[in-house]
Design a protein around this ligand. Structure first.
Ligand code: SF4
Ligand code: SF4
Length: 88
């Protein structure tokens, strides 16, 4: 019944992709963020949200740990960190 919807970008929201992560996840430091939205725009899972400087964060239920947000952030305000044992 979801047939007509699955070709939309970000459709993986229908499918939790957090379990795809292989040991690392992004951490949003929220110290030097300038709200450029580059992280949000580059995220293949459309799982980053924010409403201004130092408010950006991602939904780990969908983040697949691709690291794209880390690479694109002009302020180095996102880093990859190890998954905590109990947060998988
Ligand atoms: S690592 Fe960053 S860009 Fe990649 S899925 Fe997670 S939040 Fe999105
Ligand atoms: S890419 Fe970096 S500076 Fe830009 S909105 Fe995201 S966290 Fe903030």
């Amino acid at each position: 019944m979801f047939g007509p919807l699955v070709s939309k970008p970000g459709s993986s929201r229908n499918n939790k992709t957090g379990s795809w992560r292989a040991g690392l996840k992004p951490k949003f430091l929220r110290k030097n963020c300038i709200a450029c939205k580059m992280c949000l725009l580059v995220c293949p899972e459309d799982c980053i949200r924010g409403e201004g400087k130092n408010t950006y964060d991602c939904d780990y239920a969908y983040c697949k740990g691709c690291g794209g947000c880390v690479k694109v952030c002009p302020k180095a305000d996102i880093v990859m960190v190890k998954e905590e044992e109990n947060s998988k």
